[in-house]
Write a protein that binds this ligand. Sequence first.
Ligand SMILES: [Cu+2]
Length: 360
Amino acid sequence: MSMFFTIAVIVLVFLIIFQIAKASEYVSVIKGEEKSRKDQNKVNGFLMIAFLIAGLIGVYYCNKALYPKTLLAYESASVQGEKVDSMLWLTIIITGVVFFITQILLFWFNFKYQQSDKRKAYYIAHNNKLELIWTVVPAVALTALIVFGLKNWFSFTGPAPKDALQIEITGKQFGWVFRYPGQDQTFGKKYYKLIDDANNNPLGQDWNDSKNFDDVVAQATMYCVVNKPVNLRIFSRDVIHDVGLSEFRLKQDAVPGTPTSLWFTPKFTTKEMKEKLSNPDFQYEISCDQMCGNGHYSMKGIIEVVTQEEYDVWLAQQKPNYYAAFPDKDPSNKKSAQPATTDSTKTTAAAQADTTKTKM
Ligand SMILES: [Cu+2]
């Protein structure tokens, strides 16, 4: 029944609109086409101003309501991100000034210079000076923005400082895998054909390369140190993903077959950010910023920014992935293993790695 009423109401509304249109047509015939056109012109001129004012009020309220949800509402959590923020502000200021000037003039001129019997429109066919101004001014402004952007881009993606923490991040459908180089500070070789999730080799580490024996592999959460540059070497196992670090204001594509890189210096630990934003649930997030398949939404990675001491403790607790792939090689699995203090485990691990190296 309610369906019937809805349809009846819709039909009635259409009929009313149709009748109003018809009536105004008859009115214009009676009043004379020309006069009614001029009247309508005045109404349109007034609507232009009304639209301008309503639009500007709308811009103000949208900005007020949505600003806290934008990145600019809180400061960048990386030193490099500050440069991205200043570029963002510069772009917003330049385009904002242009936006307000052009929109206000557009609507105001529509009202002010609407058709009038008292004046005739002036027709300009061509004006070299004007053409030159509106070509050169935007060209110079855009070039300046691009030059700033490129300069920063080359610095973020260029060589990282020598003391940077080296971390490898690999995107896959659907998640992130992190690799730390271990004590030798060197990543072992890997080869995509050796990828074997069933045998704990998600990155295809080549076990013939002894540099792999101490490499630590972790999933889901990446650890890095506050105020210490992190150099991310970025890979993908399958399709194009993207390491999106919104709090640090950076992102970089993960492309299969083409390693990319990005480095940044975190300014605050996760704990400091929780206090700063008064949000006990705050986490630095890695979001995949490329539509990479039906599980794209689930590619959330976490970055835990900690102090150097906390990082050292965490790293000491990590076992090289070699032992996950070959549990029989893990000294802590052997009954004859030495007392399990962190230091001695490390020494045993290194010794083990050495023996295996000689065997191979
Ligand atoms: Cu992805």
